[in-house]
Design a protein around this ligand. Structure first.
Ligand code: DGY
Length: 343
């Protein structure tokens, strides 16, 4: 007992922890050191195929992954020692949480730390679509700008317009909080009115909901037909919430005025027709892509792994992981992560 107490903290931790954690992307060295002090690392810098991932996760107690890594039953079966999957993302539709819980594997995500960055990008896209920034930049860059003209590239003003938000989670609320600065009124689907009423009455629709069976293709042909012809659709949540083929059709038929997308149904593939449209702003899934936020997301994922492998409750478990948690933490109190962990 005496000799154990004399051991350096890192070695004491290592002795009491399952040893190995797979990290599927490069992480900042300062955070890597923190993880290394607690366990052995297997670091990968570039994307692994499903087969490679299954191979590498074998024998690991922890997995730190990103939203493009698919964590399914086959992967979980290949890693019977796994105790935690820490997703570096707030959304976790890439993980079969039910299958993980059934195997006693805790799943965590990174809520809160990316809320502001994603809300900021939502506004950047909204403003770009309303003021035709992408289109304007393309004109300037290809040398086609003829100079100032009274009727050139007129956009639409936001003041006095209604912003309809689908998704009442953290990000939706952070988007709403910035609306008064632009003189917009905000309405939330389900809270202030039905989704249908929101579609009919809003000038801008912002999608800020997680991807679930009930939100897949929530914005389909029928929904788009309900929107104002002058409306702008913004999606910074998950691509499959919007039926991209239906969106291209609605834009072609001029059923809505414009769209601004950060996420896509089959990333990184973007629907051909959307690529050719001037009134569509396209960003490459940048919602949480700021230095500050990505560092905080990685740090939170690492902290979750250290907590769980040290026998403590995770900081930000996804809601459906509760069953697994109860088994692994023997009933200790855990911080609740809200009903909409991915918003
Ligand atoms: C998330 O965290 O779910 C974001 O989409 C990542 O950028």
């Amino acid at each position: 007992m005496q000799s154990l107490r004399l051991l350096p903290v890192a070695r004491t931790l290592r002795a009491s922890l399952p040893s190995s954690v797979l990290v599927t992307r490069r992480i900042p060295s300062s955070i890597q050191e923190k993880l290394q002090a607690a366990c052995e690392l297997d670091l990968e810098a570039s994307p692994l195929s499903p087969e490679e991932l299954r191979e590498r996760v074998r024998g690991k107690a922890g997995l730190i992954c990103v939203l493009t890594d698919r964590i399914d039953e086959a992967l979980l079966d290949a890693a019977p020692d796994l105790r935690i999957v820490a997703n570096i993302a707030v959304g976790y539709d890439n993980i079969d949480v039910r299958a993980a819980a059934g195997r006693g594997v805790v799943v965590t995500n990174t809520p809160d730390v990316l809320t502001e960055a994603t809300a900021e990008l939502t506004w950047a896209l909204l403003l770009s679509a309303a003021r035709r920034l992408g289109e304007g930049e393309r004109v300037v860059r290809r040398g086609a700008w003829k100079g100032w003209a009274i009727d050139f590239m007129l956009g639409t003003e936001l003041r006095g317009k209604q912003l309809g938000i689908i998704g009442r989670g953290r990000i939706g609320r952070a988007v709403a909080a910035k609306a008064p600065a632009f003189g917009m009124t905000v309405k939330f689907a389900k809270e202030d009115m039905s989704v249908d009423e929101l579609l009919v009455s809003s000038d801008v629709i912002s999608i800020n909901t997680s991807l679930r069976p009930d939100t897949r293709h929530l914005i389909d042909r029928r929904a788009l037909m309900r929107m104002k012809r002058s409306a702008i659709l913004v999606n910074t949540a998950r691509g499959p919430v919007v039926d991209e083929e239906a969106l291209a059709w609605a834009l072609k038929e001029r059923l809505i005025a414009a769209a601004a997308l950060d996420v896509y149904e089959r990333e990184p593939v973007v629907q051909e027709e959307l690529l050719a449209m001037e009134n569509v702003v396209l960003a490459p899934h940048l919602g949480s892509a700021t230095r500050e936020t990505r560092t905080a997301m990685i740090d939170l994922a690492v902290s979750n792994v250290i907590e769980v492998l040290s026998g403590r409750p995770p900081l930000t478990p996804v809601p459906a992981t509760a069953t697994a948690l109860r088994a692994s933490t023997r009933g200790k109190e855990v911080r609740k992560n809200g009903a909409f962990g991915s918003e």
